[in-house]
Design a protein around this ligand. Structure first.
Ligand SMILES: Nc1ncnc2c1ncn2[C@@H]1O[C@H](COP(=O)(O)OP(=O)(O)O)[C@@H](O)[C@H]1O
Ligand SMILES: [Mg+2]
Length: 375
């Protein structure tokens, strides 16, 4: 029964790009989310470095992971505070925070995925209940635990047109939405999003990312390097599938470049090749698994990269390619909104995974509650 009282949940998403946390508030009192505000809190440089380094085996990891989790929760709490101030929402009006945490290992083949987080500290710092640990129930049911956003994409973007939603974060994942009433929604991780472009750009220029793909645009893709990259078996694996920094990282890139026998290559041409790789990963998956798609909508930070948008459009001449902005949701808000919805779904004890996407044996309620202390 729709209510007139606001029912606000906040989603906190920090993905594999490690750029920081996006906090999105939405009112669910009418069932469908109504956007109420956003904030972005960049990770302090040291935290970012530590989180990146914790993605690989290293010394004294447990203690370092414990300390980084506390820092992360403090960063999440700052994002919540600036969001509440900017959107003029009293903390007492927020029913829950949906806090993803920071993935440092994603190993679905071994049935675990580790997100650093300190939800109890976050609840303590904000005075708001926190729902966290969204992936483990799906993994326990034999699923990949990822991607989790397709169920949300289905709820807000499904229509009478055949659509594909592509979230280009560190990793790119897509959600296939056949017209309403004609078949099940599906989705999977299709390959790297910004992860390799960010890493190479940072290594060569010191910048965290290639604004609008300008550096990539100044170079030309190297055909045999692109072929060497596309020969990565992950691309031809059938879904369900998900991936992360364990596979697509600076070492992976170094090996692919090395496979061409020490040939001299310009940094900008490598960047152009990486951009083309992301575009091919997306377009090839759509051509193979959703050839009837009419419309493709991009979201996530990669949707703000004009060169990448053009590359995806060029590879999909039969589809209309746009960003989710044209559907009324800013590209950088979609994932945060999805985690606000995941918190809302937990509060309603509503299963929120999509077994057709993750391969789980059935629908599962995702997440666990860390209640705030009430004075
Ligand atoms: N203006 C832009 N031009 C090019 N790339 C951008 C731009 N804005 C954001 N990005 C890319 O998006 C990434 C952040 O995307 P995001 O959706 O937050 O990913 P994640 O969910 O992995 O954190 C940045 O690391 C950067 O690569
Ligand atoms: Mg991000």
């Amino acid at each position: 029964m729709p209510s007139t009282e606001p029912f606000i949940c906040i989603g906190l998403m920090s993905g594999t790009s490690m750029d920081g946390v996006d906090a999105i508030a939405a009112d669910f009192s009418q069932g469908t989310p109504v956007f109420r505000g956003r904030a972005h809190e960049p990770f302090p440089g040291e935290l970012r470095q530590e989180l990146l380094s914790l993605c690989r085996p290293g010394e004294n990891e447990l203690e370092r992971a414990g300390a980084a989790s506390q820092e992360l929760a403090r960063c999440y709490a700052r994002a919540v505070k600036s969001l509440l101030a900017a959107a003029r929402i009293p903390a007492s009006e927020v029913k829950a925070l949906g806090a993803h945490g920071q993935t440092v290992r994603h190993c679905p083949d071994r049935h675990f995925s580790i997100q650093l987080n300190s939800p109890a500290l976050l609840a303590e710092l904000t005075g708001i209940d926190v729902i966290a640990d969204f992936r483990n129930a799906d993994l326990a049911a034999g699923g990949e635990g990822a991607p989790l956003v397709p169920a949300f994409h289905e709820r807000i973007f499904r229509s009478s047109r055949f659509r594909v939603i592509v979230n280009i974060g560190g990793i790119a994942n897509l959600t296939i939405l056949p017209p309403t009433g004609s078949g099940e929604a599906s989705g999977f991780d299709c390959g790297p999003g910004n992860i390799l472009m960010d890493s190479w750009c940072n290594q060569r220029t010191g910048r965290l990312f290639d604004e609008d793909g300008a550096w990539a645009r100044s170079g030309s893709p190297i055909p045999d390097l692109l072929d060497a990259m596309l020969s990565e078996p992950f691309f031809s694996l059938p879904p369900p599938k998900s991936t992360g920094r364990e596979l697509f990282n600076a070492e992976w890139l170094k090996d692919r470049v090395g496979s061409l026998g020490g040939r001299l290559m310009r940094g900008r041409d490598i960047q152009a090749t990486l951009l083309q790789l992301t575009a091919r990963g997306i377009a090839d998956a759509i051509i193979r698994y959703a050839p009837a798609a009419e419309e493709v909508y991009l979201c996530g930070g990669g949707a703000l990269n004009g060169a990448l948008r053009s590359a995806v459009s060029a590879l999909l001449p039969a589809q209309k390619v746009d960003t989710t902005e044209s559907l009324g949701v800013k590209p950088m808000d979609v994932e945060g909104l999805a985690f606000a919805w995941l918190a809302y779904a937990w509060l309603n004890r509503e299963p929120a995974n999509c077994p057709a996407v993750t391969g789980a044996s059935g629908p599962r309620i995702l997440g666990a509650l860390y209640p705030a202390h009430r004075k």
